[in-house]
Write a protein that binds this ligand. Sequence first.
Ligand code: HEM
Length: 315
Amino acid sequence: MIMQSTCLVGYYKGKCPNNCTDVEAIVRSSVTSQFGLDPTIIPQLIRLQFHDCFVRGCDASILLDGNSTEKTATPNLTVRGFNVIDRIKFAVEDQCPGVVSCADIIIMAAREAVFLGGGQFYNVTTGRRDGLISLESDALALLPHANISISDSIATFASRGIDVPDMVTLIGGHTVGFARCSSFKDRLYNFNNTGQADPTMDTLLVTVLKQTCPQNSATNNIVNLDQNTASANTVDNSYYQQIKINRGILRIDQEIDLDFQTSPTVRLLAYSNVIFNAQFAAAMFKLGAVNVLTEPLGEIRTSCRSINHPPPPSR
Ligand code: HEM
């Protein structure tokens, strides 16, 4: 079921001990200072929102530590940014204890990441509550795996109320960050069990990637998802321009340019950075509204890594 957010822009105004505390400004300041030390927090925070919102909704369930929680599921083993969120939470708790949810912190932090990365600033709604449940099995079942087909991807986004143009726009998150060889190696050596490289990948790119990802090497090197080196850590439309010249890294990256349902959006976004930035901001906003928990559901966690009130053990 898709529950639209009943959250409000500026929900935290006047809710902290000091009436004037600006929670969004605290998040901004923390993200900005962490960005100064490590610019790769941009892809970390954008991906974190996606992986949180896709499993049980945007409820910070991805942040919970423990055995067999979402964090332990294969697609989440490469998710980064948990420490970044801890530091933001610490700064927020210092001035506004027990009030701001970790779920909202993920959304506010991703917004700052998009902006710091060169994308468009957008308003976010707040008032989400933190979930009490985090299961590895949910994450395994609900997150798209590296080799997902275009039709499965469309279906999985549709089940969260996200249509095809918004899906294509959100996958544009791959304008920043990297992938490990293990996430696309089959495209270089044994695409669809053919023993050959994926014929839809630019042959020069295949050659270069084979050097970074040797067939029988256990080393799992990384490559930029946006193959335009000048903007690999910038939120812009160059990712779409790259896939239009067959330089997509993951199978889904290339397939969105090849399928008739998705290629018109790729063409539009490759054409205009202004349109991409506006659409990406709008799509992140929509992603942030997937299955949100609002009062009286959920809680406001004190630590983003554990729930406040564990349920009594079942007999
Ligand atoms: C069908 C959809 C998607 C699939 C199959 C997919 C898959 C992947 C894979 C396999 C990686 C590389 C993991 C690794 O090897 O370390 C990755 C990275 C990334 N993904 Fe996606 N993704 C999808 C959609 C999205 C969406 C919707 C967003 C954001 C809104 C997103 C944002 C990112 C970012 C920013 C990274 C780089 C992370 C980093 O550098 O730490 N992805 N994705």
